[in-house]
Design a protein around this ligand. Structure first.
Ligand code: ARG
Length: 582
């Protein structure tokens, strides 16, 4: 639901037309469909549907609508009925310029606030005692950008990092910790070698029966709440979250310890999930397990597929904890929108969990749960991306490589930049490149991770957009003009490239709303990229510092400044920083 923003020309126009349509139709309900086209700024349709109802020709209806449309001359410089009954409308330059000034005066740059919802967003969610690897990139980066956007438009956003900190592997992990001794284990883990630790524990578990027995009884102690076992478990969890935090900080992701809400947090709720399902009469027995059969799911044989909520020996599982999670988010946090930024392979699991929660009445309108699914990151061989050792590429190594590569390319591009400054910029560019490459791909698709492409200064890449921003900053720097000094200017739109740029700048709100509507950051990326290319066309055709007179120069500087602000804000909503020079 787009917010009527007072600076979006298409929204202003469509609401004026809507009123006129309603007046002609004598009732509400026919929506003018507005499209921007290359030839006219807006093209309204809808006369056809109305004509049918009124028994008139579409062109007659279009004329009648125009006659009813007060104030259209303030908005449009040209209005005509075309073809079978289209209205072709061209925005008036002064109208656009006035809106630009309003956007420039607005610290939110025209982005409206929406009706507030309480949103819980579940993202990142790595597993304890395992290294964060490339598989966590997308959930972390997409989740972070959605958090930023949802917060910016006024929602009450609760971040939840649903880390895997519970379950049977902790038996073997704790026993391995005891074998090593706490101090040695802590040293080992704080080096960041979580995977090594996990693998050693696993190897012992697989090869040593006595160890297996110890590990199993340790799980029982853990679940029974034994103090010493809980202390050791907490030690493992803390060592892992320290590592996660280091990654988040390096990436500039908003998650902190306050957002941790791992599987263990739902432990006390698990028995309740079963009793509540049972009371509702939803629980059934299948192969000795307690299950629920949400309609519409079948296995390979075509038999109904159950969601297992309690295994034979009384053990709970991932589904039980996700059901508890829904209860907690709705009943304790009073959330009305639950977002799960989780990979596409978990689609069936989440869909079954949501369906069971609906059947149980835990999840009911207007509350909703959405799986914000995403595809894989692939290596150049189009297989899951791996490191040289064959393990999934560690997140931290990936980020470090990005920064090193960015540093090298900035050094080539701008050799005069002092090293200390270059290092700071390289951090922003390297990390921005990785994030942008990820966010700019439609999240449901897989994409091939390609260093050269993502770090290129050309094309739809992070560095290109950051560079577009830095280039504008340098126009002002070179001329010794303060950016703020041009903010009281209402631009004068004369050249077609100036108009194009104005229309793009005014579409920022619509792009953000559309992105949030579909939980698809690539839509905002596309907008920012188009803004940058529209700016380039403007800059090539319209001299700024060398403009023919001072008024034109000031007007163009105002367009430059506003473009830089929208680039900066747009990238910030994606979690990407914008250096002032590169
Ligand atoms: N830790 C899980 C994994 O690595 C992801 C958890 C996603 N969130 C959830 N509520 N299931 O697969």
């Amino acid at each position: 639901m787009p917010t009527p923003s007072s600076t979006d020309p298409l929204l202003i126009l469509s609401s004026a037309l809507q009123t006129a349509f309603e007046a002609v139709a004598g009732r509400a309900g026919i929506d003018p469909v507005i499209r921007s086209s290359e030839h006219a700024d807006a093209q309204a349709n809808g006369a056809l549907a109305l004509a049918k109802e009124l028994g008139q020709s579409p062109r007659q209806v279009a004329d009648a609508v125009l006659a009813q449309c007060a104030g259209l001359t303030d908005i449009c410089s040209s209005v005509e009925v075309a073809g079978p009954g289209f209205l072709n409308l061209v925005f008036n330059n002064d109208f656009l310029a006035g809106l630009l000034k309003q956007v420039s005066d607005d610290p939110r740059l025209g982005i409206g606030k929406v009706t507030k919802r309480k949103v819980v967003i579940d993202y990142s969610a790595p597993n304890v005692a395992k290294e964060m690897h490339v598989g966590h990139l997308r959930t972390t980066v997409i989740g972070d950008s959605l958090v930023r956007m949802l917060t910016f438009v006024g929602h009450d956003v609760i971040r939840e990092n649903h880390i895997g900190d519970w379950g049977t592997p902790f038996g073997m992990l704790i026993e391995h910790l005891l074998d090593l001794g706490e101090t040695k284990a802590a040293e080992h883990l704080s080096l960041g070698d979580l995977d090594g630790f996990y693998k050693q524990a696993r190897a012992k578990f697989d090869g040593d029966e006595a160890f297996q027995v110890r590990a199993r009884s340790r799980v029982v102690l853990l679940q029974g709440g034994d103090d010493e076992t809980r202390r050791l478990w907490k030690l493992l969890v803390n060592l892992s979250t320290q590592h996660f935090n280091a990654v988040y900080e390096l990436l500039g992701v908003l998650l902190t310890d306050d957002d941790l809400m791992g599987e263990s947090a739902y432990n006390d709720l698990l028995p309740q999930v079963i009793t509540r399902l049972d009371k509702l009469g939803l629980l059934q027995q299948s192969d000795g397990a307690d299950v629920v059969f949400p309609p519409g799911y079948t296995n390979r044989e075509g038999d109904p597929l159950p969601l297992i909520v309690q295994k034979g020996q009384g053990g709970f599982n991932y589904a039980t904890s996700d059901l508890a999670c829904v209860i907690d988010r709705i009943e304790r946090l009073n959330a009305d929108l639950l977002l799960y930024v989780v990979g596409a392979p978990q689609a069936q699991h989440l869909s079954m969990v949501f369906d069971v929660a609906h059947m149980a009445g835990w999840l009911a309108e207007p509350n909703e749960a959405v799986h914000v699914a995403f595809g894989n990151v692939l290596g150049s061989d189009r297989k899951m991306m791996k490191s040289r050792s064959g393990d999934p590429l560690k997140f931290i190594d990936l980020v470090e490589e990005a920064v090193t590569r960015a540093d090298e390319s900035i050094a080539t591009k701008n050799p005069n930049l002092p090293e200390a400054e270059r290092k700071v910029i390289a951090q922003m560019v390297g990390i921005g490149a990785v994030k942008y490459a990820d966010l700019s791909t439609d999240r449901v698709r897989d994409y091939v991770f390609d260093w050269e492409r993502m770090l290129s200064f050309d094309g739809n890449t992070g560095p290109y957009l950051q560079y577009a921003h830095a280039r504008i900053c340098s126009i002002f720097r070179r001329a010794g003009i303060e950016r703020e000094s041009v903010r009281n200017i209402t631009p004068n739109l004369v050249e077609p490239q100036e108009r194009e740029l104005a229309i793009k700048l005014l579409a920022f709100n619509a792009a953000v709303i559309d992105t949030i509507d579909k939980y698809s950051p690539h839509r905002l990326c596309t907008y920012i990229y188009e803004l940058a290319t529209t700016f380039t066309a403007f800059y090539e055709h319209c001299p700024v510092l060398k403009a023919e007179d001072e008024n034109i120069r000031q007007s163009r500087l105002a367009l430059c400044d506003l473009t830089a602000r929208v680039l900066n804000q747009g990238l910030a909503l994606l979690g990407i920083e914008t250096p002032e020079q590169m």
